[in-house]
Design a protein around this ligand. Sequence first.
Ligand SMILES: Cc1cc2nc3c(=O)[nH]c(=O)nc-3n(C[C@H](O)[C@H](O)[C@H](O)COP(=O)(O)O)c2cc1C
Length: 147
Amino acid sequence: MSQISIFVGSVYGGAQELAFTLADSLKSTKHQSEVFLPGTINDVKNASHILFVTSTTGAGDIPAELEALYLELKHQFPLLTDIPYGIITLGDSSYDDTFCGAGKKIDVLLQELQAKACIKNLEIDACEDFEPEKPALVWFDSFIKAL
Ligand SMILES: Cc1cc2nc3c(=O)[nH]c(=O)nc-3n(C[C@H](O)[C@H](O)[C@H](O)COP(=O)(O)O)c2cc1C
């Protein structure tokens, strides 16, 4: 049984809705989850399995509330050695160079904190996937199996 802590960053609610869909999908399994909007640094430090679900805003930026948590992690730098993590990022490829930049920034930080990437992070392009839950649920299944 795995307990997954899901940390969310969202501007218009898409990433938040997706996080709750993923949490609901675990209800019929032996696994459990908790959704944090976005949660505190202690929630991250106490997590046994970490999932970030974030959209991208500005020019490759992390949504404001999650960015505050990201900056706190960067400043305090708590080692998360070998804690398994995954990241789902919502973005839009019309933003070119900054496509899914929020998730990329979080990925760099989690690697610096020595957390352990489980599987390749998922980037969902609003230009291609009008229903992000479809690719996300497939990816989430692989993520759970990789834990
Ligand atoms: C003002 C604004 C800026 C955005 N900037 C980016 C960006 O730099 N890179 C990217 O991949 N997507 C960008 N997006 C696309 C959003 O990440 C995408 O629409 C996402 O699905 C929104 O999710 P949310 O409802 O959780 O906020 C931007 C969207 C808006 C409205």
